[in-house]
Structure formats: structure tokens, C-alpha cells
Design a protein around this ligand. Structure first.
Ligand code: FMN
Length: 192
């Protein structure tokens, strides 16, 4: 069996929402999280923060987020609630993602911190894929309800809660995802 070239991992990555156990081992999870530390980061602010949610805590997260969504008066159809609970019941690992805003730092614009955190998540998605797992970034489950981020330890005054990354073994073998040709998105500027 020939080894997969690293570039081919990047070219073949695709998200899969529906995952089940087994999730990454402790050693694999450590490497996945360590990959986030290699993200580009202006000023070495390391703005990314991660909260691991595993095992029975995933059910408690579902209860907490659904109750916060309802308390905030946001619409949540019973089918959507049931779908979310069914999805989460199978997921072995969620990584809640937040960006530390660090208001005292006026040198690096806030959007650069958010971009660095997004880049850290991209590394996580790619690392999970390279280790043979599937991952999915979701901003559902009350991501934009302040109480949810706060319950996870991300006070909205100091952090921007950016959702969850689910990681596990794909329930259905992911097929290939058609990708656009990069030429549609690239120009060449020649300065004349
Ligand atoms: C910041 C962010 C938030 C996302 N939130 C959701 C979401 O809440 N629900 C959803 O269906 N897809 C969401 N997605 C998209 C999926 O994670 C995934 O990228 C998409 O299904 C396309 O699959 P692909 O990554 O294989 O191209 C989000 C993507 C990003 C970057």
C-alpha cells in the first residue's frame, strides 16, 4: 500500500457531521490539539481556547444549549431539537472553540485574532483527517446565545465563542467532495 502524500491529505479533506466512536485516543487528541498551536498568529497572542466535551458531558451540553436557546426566546422546532439530540448522542468528542479578545491589546486588530483562531481550527480539521477521523465545525447548538458560551467558560465580555468541532469515526464512509477549480478564485496582478 503506498503512503498518502501530505498534500493529498489537504486536497482530500472533507467534513462529516455524523460521526461515532471511536474518537481519537488521548495521544491522537494531543496531537490534534497541538496542531492548532502551529496556526499563524500575529503577535503570538495565542487567542484560541478549546473546551473538550466528551462522554456523558455531551448529553449535558445538549440539555444546557437547548434550554438556553429556549430561554433566549429563539425558535427551536421539536424536530430540530430531536435531530440535534440524535446527532450528539453518537458524537464521541466535541471541541468548543473560542477566541480570547484581549481588549488590552490595541496593536493587533480583533479580526486578526479571530482569523488566527479559525486557522487553528483548520489545523484541527486537517490533523483529524490525517489521523483517519472525520470532523465537522458547527456554529449550531446555541453558539450565538451568550449563556451557552458562558456556561462553557467563555464569558462574552472576554471571549468570542465560535462553535464546536465534532470529531469521530464517520458513520457513512465519506465520498469525494467536488471542489471548484482554484482558477475561478485567482487573478494575477502584474502591476502594469
Ligand atoms: C465557522 C463555520 C461554521 C459552520 N457552521 C455550520 C453549521 O452550523 N451547520 C452546518 O451545516 N455547517 C456548518 N459549517 C460548514 C461545515 O463545517 C462544512 O464545512 C460544510 O458542510 C462543507 O463541508 P466541507 O468542509 O467538506 O467542504 C460551518 C463552517 C464554518 C467554517
Amino acid at each position: 500500500m503506498s503512503a498518502v502524500a501530505p498534500i493529498d491529505y489537504l486536497l482530500s479533506r472533507r467534513s462529516a457531521k455524523f460521526v461515532q466512536a471511536p474518537g481519537p485516543s488521548e495521544d491522537e487528541l494531543g496531537r490534534i490539539l497541538q496542531s492548532a498551536m502551529s496556526a499563524p498568529d500575529h503577535g503570538q497572542l495565542r487567542p484560541w481556547r478549546f473546551a473538550l466535551i466528551r462522554g456523558d458531558a455531551i448529553g449535558r451540553l445538549a440539555d444546557m444549549a437547548i434550554s438556553a436557546i429556549k430561554s433566549a426566546g429563539l425558535p427551536l422546532a421539536p424536530e430540530k431539537e430531536a435531530n440535534n439530540r440524535r446527532w450528539l448522542a453518537q458524537v464521541p468528542l466535541l471541541i468548543a472553540v473560542a477566541c480570547r479578545l484581549d481588549h488590552a491589546n490595541t496593536k493587533i486588530p480583533e479580526h486578526e485574532r479571530l482569523l488566527a483562531t479559525g486557522a487553528a481550527v483548520t489545523n484541527i480539521l486537517n490533523a483529524a483527517h490525517m489521523l483517519g477521523y472525520a470532523a465537522f465545525w458547527s456554529t449550531g447548538l446555541g453558539t450565538y446565545v451568550d449563556e451557552v458560551g458562558e456556561a462553557l467558560g467563555f464569558d462574552s465580555l472576554d471571549y468570542r465563542f465560535m462553535g464546536y468541532v465534532a470529531i469521530g469515526t464517520p458513520i457513512n464512509a465519506p465520498g469525494t467532495q467536488p471542489r471548484p477549480d482554484y482558477r475561478q478564485f485567482v487573478t494575477e496582478w502584474q502591476g502594469t
